[in-house]
Design a protein around this ligand. Structure first.
Ligand SMILES: [Zn+2]
Length: 270
């Protein structure tokens, strides 16, 4: 199962180039003067709600060189580190046996944690440590409270939430096994894992600065109809620095739209 997933990731990572600057073929049904990169990106945007897609397209057309430069840099980092842009949400699950091959204990780094069994992918640790140092320099203490979670761990967690809150309510703030970003090993929860985090110094600092280090707020306020989850001010996913900048400046800071766009790009072979 794991080998199959890695093969799938490699194939999809290559296909993601469909929306990057590297392809140069002009689709037969496109006007000859339309930049093929823009045409493909606009096609991929067509999978998003029309008003959202129109806004992103207008921003893209205003600064296409910057858009594709950021996209290419983000895709290059993702390909070199092992796919960082896997779409995992309520409709896209990871295989049960999926576990990243480069997990490392946070205990081996000078990081504040609430427990001793936290692990993340080695591929994101440079960014984590750079962010941690910047926060410290600003007098802010980041405390890591959750990180990689296996399928089985998430299964137990979701069942406990269902028992205490009921299934409908539990699914608003907890993922079913296989659909959690935590299984990727690139997502973190900061302490405290509740709404109080937003009002802490760390919460305000992450909200203002997380993107500078490639970390994106996965479930923003007021976006439950898009992400499937309530506002989780404490939950961030690493999406590379250029990826976070792209998401902030072109996708309205909505990670779900950015990932759905990337997923659509992967399905375009023209
Ligand atoms: Zn989380």
């Amino acid at each position: 199962m794991q080998r199959y997933l890695f093969s799938a990731i490699i194939v999809t990572a290559l296909l993601t180039g469909a929306c990057s600057a590297r392809g140069s073929e002009v689709p037969k049904n496109m006007p000859p003067l339309e930049d093929p990169r823009i045409a493909r990106a606009v096609t991929a945007l067509g999978t998003l709600p029309p008003a959202v897609a129109a806004n992103i397209e207008a921003t893209l057309r205003a600064e296409p060189v910057r858009f594709f430069s950021l996209l290419d840099a983000a895709l290059a980092e993702s390909e070199s580190k092992g796919d960082l842009f896997v779409l995992v949400d309520k409709k896209h699950a990871l295989p049960r046996g999926y576990e990243p091959g480069d997990l490392v204990s946070l205990n081996t780094y000078p990081l504040a944690t609430t427990r001793k069994d936290l692990r993340l992918r080695t591929a994101v640790m440079d960014a984590v440590m750079e962010m941690q140092a910047a926060a410290m320099a600003d007098g802010v203490r980041l405390v890591f409270a959750s990180s990689y979670r296996s399928y089985e761990y998430q299964d137990g967690l979701f069942k406990r939430y269902v028992a205490s809150h009921g299934e409908a309510e539990a699914s608003r703030f907890s993922a079913r096994p296989g659909t959690s970003q935590h299984q990727l090993g690139t997502a973190v929860d900061f302490d405290p894992i509740d709404d109080a985090f937003a009002a802490t110094k760390a919460g305000a600092w992450m909200s203002a600065n997380g993107w500078r280090f490639g970390f994106s707020l996965s479930f923003p306020a007021g976006m439950e109809h898009v992400t499937g989850y309530i506002w989780e001010s404490w939950h961030y996913r690493y999406i590379t620095k250029p990826g976070a900048l792209l998401e902030k400046d072109y996708f309205g800071g909505v990670q779900q739209y950015f990932f759905e766009f990337l997923d659509a790009c992967r399905k375009i072979t023209g």
